[in-house]
Design a protein. Sequence first.
Lengths: 159, 196
Amino acid sequence: MKLLHNDYLHLAVRLLIGGLFLYAGLPKILDTMGFASSIYNYKLFPSPLIGLTAAFIPWVEVLAGLALVLGVKVRGASLLISLLFVVFIALAAISAIRGLDVDCGCFSGVERKANWLAIFEDLALLGCSFFIFYFDRLRVSPIALIKKRNNPDKKEALQ
Amino acid sequence: MVDIQKAAPKSSSKSPKNQTHIVFSWSQTIRDCLWIVALAILLGGALNYTLLLDAIDGKLIAGIQQKQLTDLRQKAEQLYPGISFIDLVSAKKLYDDKIATFLDARTAPEYQREHIAGAISLPIRALVLGDIELDKVLPSKEALLITYCDGGECDIGLELAKELSERGYNNIFVLGEGYPGWENAGYPMERSEPQP
């Protein structure tokens, strides 16, 4: 249990999930139609919902990922990311049950099918996201380091 | 900002005087979520307003299908330069004249659910695994063949055309719009009867 409270483990998981969402979201922002095309392939959503999802979800991914990397609004960002994972898992499960052979649209340029393997991977990442949410520790983050530099009296507290 | 508050002084001598710890607050967490979502809506809405307008007008699906078809053609040009595409109208003319044989590259259950009327099921996976005796299904190497699948979103119609081309069939076209395009045009389809 002591390991779960380790600052550097928390930092590593935060950077992993934050970096992953930046990596996933930025290409979708640059190719919104490509992402809309991936959503369309699920054959689940009407046109307006495809448009809304393609326009906003990549920005949520990038902003939440950036928040985790920088260590700001960590609980809010990790909660949003957890919710996104729940949606991804539900979509992949529906596609797997329906027997659809579709790309999940998770990462641009990386072929990753919406199948049971993707569901297990997303469940593991959801666990990481929940870990960040539950054991929120900000002692090691760029923001904390700036605070430490500006306020040397709190050096001990931020270490 | 994340809740970093000064902790109440503890009796333990190990506790630093100014120690910071994070106090959980649902209201603050929800506010942080809303802050991120609001910024995402602002940025996403500003940069994608034409896409959003198309989505509301119902033009987005047609745009996506067109993009998928263009991507498929580009992929074919890069990977399989010998394979040609055929448009819906030309394919229908060949269909009406009974000149072309239509080949469905999807799985057998998908074919049974619905397919272009008169098309032959030739699942690419089964063909590659050697489960289909091609000489019996398509005895003539000179036959005019048109392969298809689910439209621009899938590439197995293209892969089937490539596979057949490599096996000596030299008169093959790909119907990029697939069966959804054929169906939307009101051309003849065959569907399995729904189970009682």
